[in-house]
Each structure stands twice: as C-alpha cells, then as structure tokens.
Design a protein around this ligand. Structure first.
Ligand code: NAD
Length: 269
C-alpha cells in the first residue's frame, strides 16, 4: 500500500485541543499542517502556529479565516457558535470535516446531516478509543441487564469546560436509551434539584462536576437490587482526543460523503 500525506487545517488552533492537535500533526510522519484558524481577537493571531507548542516555525500562521485547500481535511475543536459557519466553509470548498466541538444545538445537528450528503464528516463528542468502546459496552450492558437496573451517568471535567452535562455523557445516555427502546429526551434527568418525586425505573440520570484540571472522567452505573455494575473511563491526557481525531482525519480523507462517528472510524459500527 502506498503512503499518502493528509493535509490538515486546525480550527480553534490556540485552544487546549488546538495545541494538542498541532503537536500531534507536527510530530506525525504522514500528516502535513496547512492551516491554523482561531478567533480574530485571540492573542496569537499572525504568529507561526508551532510557537505556542515551543516548536520551531513551520511556516503556518494563525489566521481568522477558514479557507481550506481542496485536498485538505478540516479538524474543528473550537466553540459551538463557530460550527455552522465552519461547516458551510467546508461545504463550499468540498473538503472533509472532523468535528470535535461539543455543546452544538439541534439546528447545527440538522445542518451536519444535510452537509453529510455532500461532504464526508466525522462528528463525535469524544474521539478517544476507550470512550467509543464504552458507548458500545454501555448499550450491551443495558440490553443484558434489562429494565430492572437503573442507569445513572456521572462526569467530571476541568473548570474551563462550558457545556454541562458533557457531550459524551449525553451520548452515553442516548446509547443506553436506544438499547432499551426509550426516548432519551423523555427519560433524561439532568438535575434532581427541587425534585420531590422518586426516580422512575425508566429515567437515566446525569450528574456533572466541574473543577481543577481533570481532562475528563465518565462513570456509567447500572444499579440493581443487591448489585451495581460500573463502567469507568478516565482520560489523563488530552492527546487521546487529538490522536483519535487525527485517526478520523486520515480515515475520512478517502471516504464518500456521509455523516460518520468514531465507531465507523474504528470499524465498530
Ligand atoms: P478552548 O476554549 O481551550 O479552545 C477553543 C478555541 O477555539 C479557542 O482558542 C478559541 O479562541 C477558539 N475559537 C472560538 N471561536 C472561534 C471561531 N469562531 N473560529 C475559530 N476559533 C474559535 O477549548 P478546548 O478545551 O480546546 O475545547 C474545544 C472544544 O472541543 C470544546 O467544545 C470541547 O468541549 C471540545 N472537546 C471535544 C473533545 C472530543 O473528543 N470531541 C475532546 C476535548 C474537547
């Protein structure tokens, strides 16, 4: 098989994930960094993108305009307010998109669905291989344990995270709901503050904690009479998301239009 280079444009380049992605691309042997985009008022505008990682200049400056070259893949880890415009830019340029931004709303989801008819897109709330497996294990456990076991999801993230519960916790909840033939929006309980009723068997509880520098923890509990099953994932290095997203970028570069997730990339779908 012949090796081919994949050209990458990073959106949200100044952010925590943007920096992890920059480092991974520059350290890889089969990826080339061809663009770096961040908000016009971000402090590093116009600087070489490698500097923020303490690496020698690579000739790619951070700009505020997304203009992906034809044969590139856009990897976007920025903020939900930026997603629609970035998807449209990818559509206009006919380039694949790997979208990691979480907290996107239903309208943006619809836009992704329709854009997936023209360009290949991989969208995942969590690009780690471990979480992709956890989603499948949670669905399998829910099916095997059945309706007598009550599902609760707990997540912990660093103090800077804006959306709660995390996109990953919501995705886990959806995968349990689907396995049990329930409508997630009907059974999800995001807060028990001021609730005076007892939990129902069907509901799926979500609890979010914020603080410190935790990269991300997710625990799924299935609580039954006399036993409790817990599935736990702890991320200790955001490099796992960057490596997963770049694995998705290599994969999506050669795919037909479609809206894919990380399970497709790993061949688990
Ligand atoms: P961050 O706040 O450190 O970085 C976000 C960056 O995006 C900032 O540099 C900001 O200036 C930039 N930005 C904001 N608006 C922009 C715009 N219009 N155009 C271009 N750049 C813009 O956040 P982070 O921790 O790097 O996370 C970024 C996103 O990725 C969040 O939504 C987070 O939840 C998500 N995330 C996803 C995964 C995953 O595996 N899917 C993993 C970690 C984080």
């Amino acid at each position: 098989m012949t090796e081919r280079y994949v050209s990458i444009v990073i959106v949200g380049a100044r952010g925590r994930m943007g920096q992890a992605l920059t480092r991974c691309v520059l350290e890889s042997e089969d990826l080339t960094l061809v663009g770096a985009v961040d908000r016009s008022d971000s402090p590093g505008q116009g600087e070489d993108v490698a500097r923020q990682c303490g690496l020698p200049d690579v000739g790619v400056r951070i700009t505020d305009e997304l203009r992906p070259p034809r044969s590139s893949v856009v990897v976007d880890f920025s903020l939900p307010g930026a997603t629609d415009a970035n998807v449209r830019r990818c559509l206009e340029s006919g380039v694949p998109l790997v979208l990691g931004t979480t907290g996107i709303g239903p309208e943006t989801r619809e836009l992704l669905k329709s854009a997936g008819r023209d360009i290949p897109i991989v969208s995942a709330a969590n690009f780690s291989v471990g979480i992709t497996l956890l989603l499948q294990l949670a669905a399998k456990a829910a099916r095997a344990l059945g309706p007598d076991y009550e599902a609760e999801i707990f997540e912990l993230h660093h103090r800077h995270k804006r959306d709660a519960p995390s996109g990953t916790a919501l995705r886990i909840g959806k995968s349990i709901a689907e396995a049990l033939d329930r409508d997630f929006d009907q059974v999800a309980v995001r807060s028990r503050d001021k609730t005076e009723t007892q939990r129902t068997r069907e509901e799926i509880g979500l609890a979010a904690l914020r603080g410190g520098d935790s990269v991300g923890e997710h625990t799924v509990m299935f609580l039954g009479e006399g036993e409790r099953l817990e599935l736990v994932h702890r991320a200790t290095d955001r490099g796992i998301f960057a490596r997963g997203a770049l694995r998705a970028a290599r994969w999506v570069a050669a795919k037909p239009p479609g809206l894919y997730d990380m399970a497709d990339v790993l061949g688990l779908a």
